[in-house]
Design a protein around this ligand. Sequence first.
Ligand code: BMA
Length: 292
Amino acid sequence: MSLKLKRDLRNPLLLPVPEHSWESRFIFNAAVVHDEKNDLFHMLYRAMGVDDVSRIGYAVSEDGIHFARLDKPVFSPSNDFETKGCEDPRITKIGDEYYMMYTAYSKKGVRVSMASTKNFITWKRYGVVLPEQDDKDAALFPEKVNGRYMLYHRIEPDMWVSFSDDLLHWTDHKVIMGPRKDSWDSLKIGIGAPPIKTSHGWLMLYHGVDQNMVYRLGFALFDSNDPTKLIKRSDEPILEPEEDFERFGQVPNVVFSDAMIRYKDEYLVYYGGADNCMALATIPVKEVEKEF
Ligand code: BMA
């Protein structure tokens, strides 16, 4: 039996806001973390409005379903690498700091950039952290593994890993997983959410794209002690575009996720539908443990 995520019946959870020029057209591909101390869900979402530039908006929730949003973006382009936008944030908490990896987009191409915050409003920016070539879909591990920080990222069409002592200088770049011929992930793949440590290994949510440009989601499991070693990955997608809000939008036939949280006895997967809105799908932790 292959694993399937279950959509929340209240989907889509967040839509664009026509009155706000910066988020009037599309909101999608959000990072979400659960702050255990305050029992709050913090969301950073990608927004596009009249000028087609991606900015990042902030929303907060007590239940992970109903989010209150700010009127203004909390993170906007600020340098030559981001003139076309700051896209697809992914957050990892390390110590008491939330690190956001995001795609800086400009005429130079796409680059992995980093910023950090304690409050989701004020930011420290570190700029582009990976070498000068097209690279995106980056997510940090929540802890050092074998004494070093680790980062999964994507240089088309494969997923890569890099290592660092200080989060700023990344070395030992290596491919860890690639597309599979004649499969739902045959064209290219990229990480979804930052990996989650389980008793079986590091659980990773990823997206796969096929020859028809359909974006689907799957799981991959990596070795606990050596997360460059793939143990298992989904033969079948765990979520694929079926609902209207996933099939029609800015880009049709897309489910794309930047966030998976373990909350109580479930994994919560927040995802963008057709590059247009935000939605939620879930799966019991026990079900995943049986298969992965
Ligand atoms: C990718 C990224 C995502 C987007 C997806 C589908 O390249 O730009 O932000 O969701 O394409 O359009």
